[in-house]
Design a protein around this ligand. Structure first.
Ligand code: NAD
Length: 435
């Protein structure tokens, strides 16, 4: 941050009277944290205006022939939030709840997340309003291809690189890559990440987010002078992020005392046998019915007597109602946005060490970056190399976020936002203002 930057005047920042918007609008909710960090950084008003506005918002109609011969027209969005540091990076979700405001919020979030781990990427997000559960595979394929074609001008390894998100997966990414490549008349693997390993995906990508959570939790324990041995961990969400974080934390010597999924939670103060729990989930799809532990609710899991809490399922689960009762010393936010702004204040007052989502779950986008690098180089790394490089980035980023938080006497979340906004702003200043 240069010392010449002027503190933005009050009338440039969002007026106090508009703060109620944050509750109504996911973009304003996300930007309330941006505003706080920008103000503390003394971001100059011109840059503040630029960084508070998405670069590009695309709305496309996606006509799709249903299997019964009827054409349905779906609405798709792609928001490119900021590309000052490099190509835009961000997932595509297929969901009935997709809105332009949500896509804008998630695109901004990707901008800060990529910057906090210092990847040479900007931020983007895409979404299509649809109910994939009611669609056949061929309908989802046609929708993916039509949506990809709709946003094709923005896509490209140098401009905009999507990835999987809610209800999209490596199969969908393969169709995006194929559609883009057909239009370009040659195969372009680096246009998406999260692809199957057989067609340019990266080893270690599937485990990367949970592995990143383990690295930053391990660093937090070290910082607080605690040993991994005997540290009791509760994990909400036993999907990709939660189950892998739990397994890898257990390998570090931590004791996983509780896990949960949408069917409820299980608790054993002496520690769960994760191999047995995973076998149960493999056979039954859900945790419910597991016999080797006490059944608890998702709400009870959050306030259990434990040392580390890992929310790795949904947004807004840690609220002003339950935050006063949380006993964990460390919260590692595997999920995106698990803590409300009101709860943040309570956690901070209680002295809970929060590893904020834009840092804690950045392992996924970091290995997506490795995938893009490998595709562009046409040379693929072994899994050990991927994991070592991921570890280096996560540990450095943890140190940088906590140093920023300590320097400015703010919590880790605002520290993470300050670090990332400062990095994006610095590039804008160097590039100069084309205004
Ligand atoms: P997933 O679908 O693999 O797993 C989600 C888990 O949450 C499942 O166990 C599901 O049963 C559980 N769940 C769903 N509803 C629940 C509820 N009401 N209460 C409790 N548990 C519930 O998803 P994932 O990929 O593990 O993602 C989890 C979170 O992490 C999301 O917020 C996602 O945005 C975030 N995230 C994921 C990645 C990634 O690489 N997968 C990267 C960054 C952030």
């Amino acid at each position: 941050m240069t010392s010449t930057s002027a503190r933005p005047s009050q009338n440039v920042m969002r007026p106090e009277k508009d703060r109620f918007l944050a509750r109504e609008n996911p973009f304003e909710e996300m930007m309330s944290r941006f505003d706080d960090a920008a103000q503390r950084l003394g971001l100059e008003p011109n840059l503040y205006r630029i960084l508070r506005t998405p670069e590009k918002q695309i709305i496309v109609a996606c006509p799709v022939m249903r299997d019964n011969g009827e054409v349905e027209v779906y609405t798709g969005y792609r928001v490119i939030y900021n590309t000052s540091r490099g190509p835009a990076k961000g997932g595509i979700r297929f969901d009935m709840n997709v809105t332009l405001d949500e896509v804008k919020a998630l695109a901004a979030w990707m901008t800060w997340k990529c910057a906090v781990v210092n990847l040479p990427f900007g931020g983007a997000k895409g979404g299509v309003i649809c109910d994939p559960a009611s669609m056949s595979n061929t309908e989802i394929e046609r929708l993916t291809r039509r949506y990809t074609t709709g946003i094709i001008e923005t896509l490209g390894p140098d401009s905009d690189v999507p990835a999987p998100d809610v209800n999209t997966n490596e199969r969908v990414m393969a169709w995006v890559m194929d559609t883009y490549s057909m239009h370009k008349r040659h195969t372009v693997t680096a246009v998406v990440t999260g692809k199957p390993v057989a067609m340019g995906g990266s080893l270690g990508r599937r485990e990367a987010t949970g592995r990143g959570c383990m690295f930053v939790t391990r660093e937090a324990l070290k910082k607080l002078g605690r040993s991994a041995q005997g540290t009791r961990v509760a994990v909400q969400g036993f999907g990709n992020v939660g189950s892998i974080a739990a397994e890898l934390m257990a390998k570090q010597g931590m004791t996983i005392v509780a896990v949960s999924d949408k069917s409820g939670g299980i608790y054993n103060p002496k520690g769960l046998d994760l191999a047995e729990v995973l076998a149960h989930v493999k056979a039954n799809k859900v945790l419910q019915g597991y016999k080797g532990a006490e059944a608890i609710t998702n709400e009870e899991l959050l306030t259990l007597d434990c040392d580390v809490l890992v929310p790795a399922a949904l947004e807004n689960v840690i609220t002003e109602e339950n935050a006063p009762h949380i006993k964990a010393r460390i919260i590692c936010e595997g999920a995106n946005g698990p803590t409300t702004a009101e709860a943040d204040k309570i956690l901070n007052d209680k002295g809970i060490f929060v590893i904020p989502d834009i840092l804690a779950n950045a392992g996924g986008v970091t290995v997506s970056y490795f995938e893009w690098v490998q595709d562009r180089g046409g040379y693929f790394w072994d899994e050990e190399t991927v994991n070592q490089r991921l570890e280096r980035i996560m540990v450095n980023s943890f140190d940088e976020v906590t140093a920023m938080a300590e320097k400015h006497k703010v919590d880790n979340r605002i520290g993470a936002y300050m670090l990332s906004i400062d990095r994006v702003a610095a590039v804008h200043r160097l590039r100069g203002m084309y205004a």
